[in-house]
Design a binder for this molecule. Structure first.
Ligand code: GMT
Length: 373
C-alpha cells in the first residue's frame, strides 16, 4: 500500500504513535509518506520506503492567522496525485481530519477517491475539540472520515458523549516496540543520572497544565523525606518555568534535574525505579507505557484511559488526580520494599508486552484493507 500519514511533528504522543506506525509499516514493505510542517522528531527519513513532505504556509501581511489547513489540504492533493497514494491516515482530529476531508473533495474532481482513516488521540477531543468554536468542524470531520479509531475505550466513550457521532469508533490501543526496548536495555547505564544509593524517579511530559507537573514535585517532596531519591523531569512546555520555581521553593534544587526535551528518553527510563504521571486526564498515557516497557512501574491517576494501561497494585498504583498524599504514600511503600519493587518492575514489563507493536500493527493494516474495499 502507499499510505499518507498526517500528524504533528512534535514530542507529543500522537506524533510519536504516527511516526512509529509509519516506520513499522515501511519495514513491512508499504510505502509511507509523512506530511506535516516539520520533520517528526522521531522520524529517520533515510529509512527505506519512508518519505517526508513538508507543508509550507507562505506568510502574507494580510493574514493575522496562517491558513495552515488550506496549505495542508492543497499539499495533500498534490501528494496523493503525485505519489499515487492509496489511503490517508490522519492523526489528531484538529485540523488534520478537516483538511483531509477537503482534500478528498478536491481529489474527487480528478476522479480520485481516497479513503480517510482518522485516529483520535485525546486532547483533540477532550480538551480542544470540545470547545464550541471547534465542535461543529470536529463533529463534521469525524462523521466524514471513512474509518475512525480511538486509542482507548475511554476516549471512544468520551467522543460519543461529547459529539453527535454517527460513525462506529474502533479502539486501537497505542503500542510500543518491545524488541527495540530490549535491545536498548543492553546499553542501559544509570551512573551519570543518579548516585548508587539514590532511587531514581522520572516524569516525562509536555508540561501542559493537564499534566499537573506541580503534583509531580509535591509527591516527590514527600517521597524524598522518606527515601533517598532523585527526580528527573524530562520535557518542556508552558509550566516548565513555574515548575522550576516551585522546585526551588520546595528546596529540591539538589535532587531534581530539569533536562528539557529529549530524544533519548529510554536512557533515563531504563535506569528509573518509578515513573510519575499525575495527569488530570490522559486518553491513554503513552509516556506510562514507554516507562513500563523499560521495566519502570508507574504511579498515575485513575483518569481517562490510564487504567487501561496501568494495572492498580500490579504494574503501578492509581489514585484520583490531585491526591498527592496517596501517590506519595504508594511511591514510598514501593521504593522501600526491594522485593515488591522488583515484582512491580517485572509486572510493568509483562503489561507493556500486551501493547507490543507486532500485535497492534495488524489491526491498523486490517483497517486500511477495510477502508480500501
Ligand atoms: O497530552 C499529550 O501529551 C499530547 C497528546 C498528543 O496528542 O500528542 O497526547 C494524547 O495522545 C497520546 C497518544 O495517543 C496519548 O497517550 C495521551 O494520553 C493523549 N493526551 C491526552 O489525552 C491529554
Amino acid at each position: 500500500m502507499r499510505i499518507g500519514i498526517v500528524c504533528y511533528p512534535t514530542f507529543g504522543g500522537s506524533g510519536v504513535v504516527a511516526t512509529e506506525l509509519g516506520v513499522e509499516l515501511s519495514k513491512r514493505g508499504h510505502n509511507v509518506h509523512f506530511l506535516t510542517y516539520k520533520k517528526p522528531v522521531r522520524l529517520d527519513t533515510s529509512l527505506e520506503n519512508i518519505h517526508f513532505h513538508e507543508v509550507h504556509v507562505p506568510d502574507y501581511p494580510l493574514f493575522h492567522y496562517q491558513p495552515y489547513e488550506l496549505a495542508l489540504s492543497s499539499a495533500l492533493v498534490d501528494m496523493v496525485r503525485l505519489h499515487k497514494i492509496d489511503l490517508l491516515h490522519v492523526h489528531y482530529a484538529i485540523p488534520h481530519a478537516y483538511a483531509a476531508y477537503m482534500a478528498k473533495q478536491m481529489l474527487a474532481e480528478y476522479q480520485i477517491e481516497i479513503p480517510i482513516v482518522t485516529t483520535l488521540h485525546g486532547s483533540d477531543i477532550t480538551l480542544v475539540g470540545s470547545h464550541p468554536f471547534y465542535k461543529p468542524a470536529v463533529t463534521f470531520s469525524i462523521n466524514h472520515s471513512d474509518i475512525v479509531t480511538s486509542v482507548s475505550k475511554s476516549l471512544r466513550s468520551d467522543t460519543l458523549d461529547i459529539f453527535k457521532i454517527k460513525k462506529d469508533i474502533q479502539v486501537v490501543p497505542n503500542f510500543i516496540d518491545i524488541d527495540k526496548y530490549e535491545t536498548l536495555r543492553t546499553n542501559c547505564s544509570r551512573d551519570q543520572l543518579a548516585k548508587p544509593n539514590e532511587r531514581l524517579v522520572t516524569h516525562v511530559s509536555n508540561f501542559r497544565p493537564v499534566k499537573r507537573v506541580h503534583d509531580v514535585l509535591s509527591v516527590f517532596t514527600k517521597l524524598n523525606k522518606e527515601v533517598q531519591s532523585r527526580l528527573i523531569m524530562v520535557g518542556d512546555g508552558p509550566e516548565r518555568s513555574s515548575a522550576e520555581e516551585y522546585a526551588k521553593e520546595l528546596g529540591l534544587t539538589d535532587v531534581v534535574d530539569f533536562v528539557g526535551k529529549s530524544n533519548d528518553v529510554y536512557r533515563i527510563l531504563c535506569s528509573s525505579d518509578l515513573f510519575l504521571l499525575p495527569s488530570q486526564r490522559e486518553s491513554f498515557g503513552l509516556a506510562a507505557l514507554e516507562a513500563m516497557a523499560a521495566r519502570t512501574p508507574v504511579i498515575a491517576t485513575n483518569e481517562g484511559g490510564i487504567p487501561e494501561v496501568v494495572e492498580h497494585q500490579i504494574s503501578g498504583y492509581l489514585s484520583a488526580h490531585g491526591d498527592v498524599d496517596t501517590m506519595a504514600a504508594n511511591a514510598t511503600e514501593l521504593l522501600t520494599n526491594e522485593a515488591q519493587l522488583q515484582q512491580f518492575k517485572e509486572a510493568a514489563f509483562t503489561r507493556a508486552k500486551v501493547f507490543d507493536i507486532q500485535k497492534i500493527i495488524p489491526l491498523y493494516i486490517d483497517i486500511y484493507k477495510k477502508a480500501l474495499l
